[in-house]
Design a protein around this ligand. Structure first.
Ligand SMILES: *[C@@H]1O[C@H](CO)[C@@H](O)[C@H](O)[C@H]1NC(C)=O
Length: 711
């Protein structure tokens, strides 16, 4: 009776979304065709489309790679980057009133084509549920996950649950889970996963695309995903897959759609309680053998195999610093090698990324050298937020905004316009004490107003003068390791799906030769020279905005993009290609194609680590001259002031007897181009260095001070 009424309601209203609303508290599995009746139902007006596109266009003015993407530089011997003209493409989007899903898909597909995982857009889930933001609750899935074994065979593992919802697995999938797949739709199954990655992953490196596409945990992979992250079309999801196994058996499967229950306020309260993770006892002074939790962001242990493991899933400053601190103590309590595993690491805090680089390789520069794209929007962001953590790399003077004298302050505030609230906020903490230094956030200094221009063919890239972010402990009590390992005693595993903070760290380690970097996962049959240590070593900006002009249910959107590009450590600060477009490739690869967060998986990595460390006693990667076998016997031979040496890798892949400069004393930077140790500007400020006696400087300061007072 009830279902009859439902059918009647559905028929009479002709609205599929209404049916989902009735089932709000349960998750539902539906067919693609049926679910798309609802997915395609919500519409967006012309005005709101215009609003969204204009907002995106304004924000894209601060997308630091917008120009380069039109004509990206290419290195010989690697794959080619897509050429994308975002300005042109965004103007092709259909602006007539119509399906929200279609509009949203067009934007997402454009962003995916830019192949920068930090360029992203989403419809946000809100507390008030309406069918207009339903997209966020729809997921596509296949009834299996993909596993690849050491022989590079692909297996389909039944997926019994997805998002805690039980799934019907065809018996053929169940029966053949131990047989490898021969073909899907007549093709090599690896080719299918590869092509999915090329089409739908936001990564540049083919290996990162493959890891993304093959994943069993991400929500934009071949076997599963959220339509908000990857709005696949109905036509695509309808295509049946004919799977053939080695034993000749076969089955036809197809995608299904899962609609998650839209949370009620009651559910949200419960969720918070669930999130309470198991308490970690961090108070005792005794060193335990493991800290953290494999299901959390940071985990570490020392094993009976005499290997230390650090697993980092995400760089999150707020939750995991106590664990990280304990891990450092644990690693300091022994002399064993360290392996670091970065499984599908999606970054997080850039500051934490460079700090962990510093923990692992304290002798090398982990600071960032960054620039932003010059535009009105960027100017607005910098005058509001400032770049106060950054310094001028040549003088170490802080990149604060212009220092405005008292009299100018009033006029500055008058012209602050839409930035006024933040101008006052900046000012406020200084007022009670009557401090002389007042800021008005309107004024930008020369480092912004005199930008650098780099040309890529006919394309101009106009950017702020480079600024330096210093690697500092995220918490004050955080210390560097007392017993740092040599680079040949640290093995870092990346699956190439390692972006933002993660790639900032892996690219830093690779540049300096701070560790042996090893690829796992990725495309088993892909090229070694395309296996990048990470992608998108950039600092992101975030923006939230809401639709206007709707009678009800305005949608809320989130937009992120790369805001600051980063450069390699060239102390003339004249690099012309950001690291985004420079490939950094792994030293070694291992035959491990997944990390399933178990103790056994960690032992599997330990076996490989042992072999690699053993190998690097005598052998090395001939393509990597930066990874040096540190030996103090070389210190004398290289004869560089403040310098320490080691043996360079020979062309045959064995350590040579040639001593080279490897790193410098603390306070000095290793200038690879001039092959010298140079003074760090922040340790030896140049003004005190340039021959002017300290007394004179002080006198000048006092005079300036007096003049200011008089004024
Ligand atoms: C933007 O970044 C924040 C975290 O840095 C993340 O929570 C959010 O989901 C991102 N938004 C998009 C559209 O990717």
């Amino acid at each position: 009776m009830i279902s009859l009424i439902l059918v009647l309601i559905t028929l009479s209203f002709g609205r599929k979304c209404y049916y989902y609303e009735l089932y709000q508290s349960e998750s539902l599995v539906d067919t693609v065709d049926s679910a798309f009746e609802c997915i395609e139902e919500p519409t967006i007006s012309k005005d709101n489309k215009k609003l969204v596109i204009n907002r995106l266009k304004r924000n894209l003015e601060s997308y630091v790679y917008k120009d380069i993407l039109k004509n990206p530089p290419t290195q010989t011997g690697t794959y080619y980057y897509n050429k994308v003209d975002i300005d042109k493409e965004i103007d092709k989007i259909n602006m007539d009133e119509g399906s929200l899903y279609e509009f949203y898909s067009q934007i997402q597909n454009l962003f995916i084509s830019a192949k920068d995982p930090l360029l992203s857009f989403a419809i946000l889930q809100k507390d008030e549920i309406s069918i207009r933001n339903y997209i966020a609750y729809f997921y596509y899935f296949l009834p299996f996950n993909i596993m690849i074994d050491k022989e590079k065979h692909m297996y389909l593992i039944p997926k019994y649950y997805y998002k805690d919802t039980k799934i019907d697995v065809p018996t053929e999938i169940e029966n053949n889970k131990n047989n490898y797949v021969k073909s899907i739709n007549g093709d090599d199954p690896f080719e299918l996963i590869r092509n999915f990655g090329i089409a739908f992953s936001s990564f540049k490196s083919p290996h990162a695309q493959f890891t993304n596409s093959k994943s069993s945990t991400l929500d934009n992979s071949f076997t599963q995903g959220n339509l908000v992250l990857l709005p696949l079309s109905k036509e695509y999801l309808r295509i049946p897959l004919t799977i053939k196994w080695e034993n000749g058996e076969s089955v036809d499967v197809h995608y299904s759609i899962l609609k998650l229950p839209t949370p009620t306020l009651h559910d949200m309260v419960q969720d918070k309680n669930l999130l309470k993770t198991k308490e970690i006892d961090l108070d005792t002074d005794d060193i335990k053998s493991e800290y953290g939790d494999l299901n959390n962001n940071i985990y570490c242990k020392v094993s009976i195999n005499n290997i230390n493991t650090l697993v980092i899933k995400r760089f999150n400053v707020f939750n995991d610093m106590q664990v990280l601190k304990k891990c450092v103590e644990l690693f300091d309590s022994n002399e064993y090698p360290i392996q670091v595993i970065l499984p599908e690491n999606d970054g997080g805090s850039e500051g934490l990324g460079i700090w962990i680089q510093k923990l692992l390789a304290p002798n090398y520069d982990a600071d960032l050298i960054s620039s932003a794209r010059e535009s009105d929007n960027t100017k607005g962001i910098i005058t509001q937020e400032g770049l106060e953590e950054y310094v001028d790399p040549k003088t170490c003077i802080k990149r604060v905004l212009g220092n405005v004298k008292t009299k100018e302050m009033a006029s500055c505030l008058r012209t602050a316009g839409e930035y006024l609230p933040s101008a006052i906020r900046k000012l406020w903490p200084y007022l009670p004490n009557g401090i002389k230094e007042w800021y008005c956030t309107k004024k930008l200094k020369e480092w912004y107003t005199k930008p650098n221009t780099i040309k890529y063919g006919s394309v101009k890239h106009v950017i702020t003068q480079p600024s330096r972010l210093i690697a500092e402990p995220p918490l004050h009590q955080m210390k560097l390791m007392k017993n740092p390992r040599k680079p040949t005693e640290i093995v870092v595993y990346t699956d190439s799906f390692c972006y933002s903070a993660c790639s900032i760290m892996t690219k830093g380690l690779k540049e300096w030769g701070g560790a042996i970097i090893v690829g796992f996962s990725g495309d088993p049959n892909g090229k070694d020279e395309e296996f990048e240590v990470g992608q998108s070593p950039s600092i992101r900006m975030k923006e939230l905005f809401e639709e206007e002009n709707t009678d009800s249910d305005p949608l809320r959107f989130s937009f992120n993009c790369s805001f600051l590009e980063t450069f390699r450590h060239n102390y003339n600060y004249d690099e012309s290609i950001p690291r985004e477009f420079l490939t950094d490739v792994v030293d070694e690869r291992v035959n491990i194609y997944q990390f399933d967060k178990t103790e056994e998986a960690i032992s599997e990595f330990e076996e490989e680590t042992k072999k690699i460390i053993e190998k690097y006693q005598t052998k090395c990667n001939p393509k990597n001259k930066r990874l040096v076998k540190i030996d103090n016997k070389c210190d004398k031979e290289i004869n560089k002031e403040h310098g320490h040496g080691g043996y360079e890798c020979g062309d045959k892949g064995e350590w040579s007897t040639k001593c080279v400069l490897a790193y410098c004393d603390s306070g000095y930077k290793f200038d690879y181009n001039s092959n010298q140790c140079i003074e760090d500007e922040c340790v030896f400020p140049p003004s005190l260095n340039s021959g002017m006696p300290i007394m004179t400087v002080n006198l000048v300061m006092i005079i300036i001070g007096i003049i200011t007072l008089i004024l």
